[in-house]
Design a protein around this ligand. Structure first.
Ligand SMILES: *Cc1c(COP(=O)(O)O)cnc(C)c1O
Length: 378
C-alpha cells in the first residue's frame, strides 16, 4: 500500500504540545530524577510533602494531600464526607466520567442537572430545583478552566445543609471574585494528568481541604486506610503519589502562573482573530472570573465538517465531550434519554476545542483562524 494512504497528515498546529515545556525544563527535570534515584525514595516522602505545601500555598488552601490521580482525589474527597448508599449527589452530565464514577463506586446515586447555556457550567437554579430529601452534596465542575458560579451554590448548600466538592481538575489557578478554584467547597479535587494546566510526567492528583480532619481521612484512604504502619482503621486504597512525580510537579508548579497567563494571551488572540466569523461563537468569560483556558472551546455551526476541514490542514482539535454522561451506556440505568438536558445535548453537537497550550504562537493561532474563515466562506 502506498505510504501516503496510511501516513497521518503533517501536523501544522498540534492540539497539544507536551514536549515543549519539558524541553525548556529538561536539565532541572533530569537533576530531580537523578536525586530521586540516589535517595531511593520512590513513593511519598519529603518530595511529596514539599509539593503538598507548595501546591496548597499556590491555591491558597490551608493544606493539600497528594494522591495518585484526579480520580482518586475525587473518590477520597467523597469518601471523606461519608458518602454512602442511598445518598444523592448533584452534578452535571457534561464532564469526564471520573467526576461521577467515584460517586457511584462510593455507593451514591448521581443526580444530573442542566448547565448554563453561556459557560456550560452547572446551572445553580437547576441545582436548587433538584435538591430532595436524600441529597447530600453538589459537585460543580470548573469546566475548560473557568470556575462554575459558586456564590449561589454556596448559599444553597448552606441553606440545605449540603456539602460541595469542587472538581477542579481543569482549573489550576482559576479564580472567581479573587477566590481560587478548589478553596470554596468542603474539598477540592485536582488532577495532574499530563495534559492538564499543571501536569506530571505520569499520573497524579491532589485534594485540598481547609479541614485537617478531612485531610487526615484522605491521607488514610490513600494508604490502605492505615493511621500508622499496619494499623488499618478502615480499608483504603493504594492511592499514593510517586516521589518522582512530586519532584517534577514542584519544578513545573513554579511556571504555572506564567503558563496560565500565556494561555490567556492565546485566548485573547483567538478572540481577536475569530470575533466576526459567522458560524462561530466564542467562549464566554463570566465577569469576575479568571479563566485559565485549559481548553479553548468554540461553538461551531457544521462542527463535524469544520473539524474535518481543520484535520485535513494538519490542525488538531478535540471534543470535550462528544457524548454527555447521561447518554452513555454506563448510565443507561438512570433512564435519562435524549432530550433530558437540551442545553448539554446541543453543546455536545457544536462544541470544538481548538489547539491550546502555553507555547502556542501567534502565527499558529493565525493559521487556525485562517482555516476556520476559509471553511465558513465556502
Ligand atoms: C482529568 C479530569 C479528571 C480525572 O483526573 P485523572 O487524573 O485523569 O484521574 C476528573 N474530572 C475532570 C473534569 C477532568 O478533566
Amino acid at each position: 500500500m502506498p505510504r501516503s494512504l496510511t501516513a497521518a497528515p503533517k501536523t501544522t498546529v498540534p492540539f497539544l504540545d507536551l514536549v515543549a515545556p519539558h524541553r525548556a525544563l529538561e536539565a532541572e527535570l533530569v537533576t530531580a530524577f537523578r536525586r530521586a534515584l540516589e535517595s531511593a525514595s520512590f513513593v511519598g516522602g519529603v518530595e511529596v510533602a514539599a509539593f503538598e505545601r507548595e501546591f496548597a500555598a499556590f491555591i491558597g488552601s490551608p493544606g493539600a494531600v497528594a494522591v495518585n490521580s484526579g480520580t482518586d482525589a475525587l473518590r477520597f474527597a467523597y469518601q471523606a464526607l461519608g458518602v454512602r448508599p442511598g445518598d444523592e449527589v448533584i452534578t452535571v452530565p457534561n464532564t469526564f466520567i471520573a467526576t461521577t464514577e467515584a460517586l457511584s463506586q462510593a455507593g451514591a446515586t448521581i443526580r444530573f442537572v442542566e448547565v448554563r447555556e453561556d459557560t456550560l457550567t452547572i446551572d445553580p437554579e437547576a441545582a436548587a430545583a433538584a435538591v430532595g430529601p436524600r441529597t447530600v452534596g453538589i459537585v460543580p465542575v470548573h469546566l475548560y478552566g473557568q470556575m462554575a458560579e459558586m456564590a449561589p451554590l454556596l448559599d444553597l448548600a448552606a441553606q440545605r445543609g449540603l456539602w460541595i466538592v469542587e472538581d477542579a481538575a481543569q482549573a489550576h489557578g482559576a479564580s472567581d471574585q479573587g477566590r481560587h478554584a478548589g478553596t470554596q467547597g468542603a474539598l477540592g479535587a485536582f488532577s495532574f494528568y499530563p495534559g492538564k494546566n499543571l501536569g506530571a510526567c505520569g499520573e497524579g492528583g491532589a485534594v485540598v481541604a481547609p479541614s485537617e480532619a478531612h485531610r487526615a481521612t484522605v491521607r488514610r484512604l490513600r494508604e490502605h486506610g492505615q493511621s500508622s504502619k499496619y494499623v488499618h482503621e478502615t480499608e483504603g486504597y493504594n492511592g499514593r503519589m510517586d516521589a518522582i512525580q512530586a519532584a517534577f510537579l514542584r519544578i513545573k508548579l513554579r511556571h504555572l502562573s506564567e503558563w496560565n497567563a500565556a494561555r490567556r494571551r492565546a485566548a485573547e488572540l483567538y478572540r481577536k482573530a475569530l470575533v466576526d466569523v459567522p458560524g462561530v461563537r466564542l467562549p464566554v468569560e463570566r465577569p469576575g472570573a479568571v479563566h485559565v483556558y485549559h481548553l479553548f472551546v468554540i461553538r461551531a455551526e457544521r462542527r463535524d465538517a469544520l473539524q474535518q476541514h481543520l484535520a485535513a490542514r494538519g490542525i488538531g482539535t478535540g471534543l470535550h465531550y462528544p457524548v454527555p454522561l447521561h447518554l452513555q451506556a454506563a448510565y443507561s440505568g438512570l433512564g435519562l434519554g435524549a432530550g433530558s438536558f437540551p442545553v448539554t445535548e446541543a453543546a455536545a453537537r457544536d462544541i470544538l476545542s481548538l489547539p491550546m497550550f502555553p507555547e502556542l504562537t501567534a502565527d499558529q493561532i493565525g493559521i487556525v483562524a485562517d482555516a476556520i474563515r476559509e471553511f465558513y466562506r465556502s
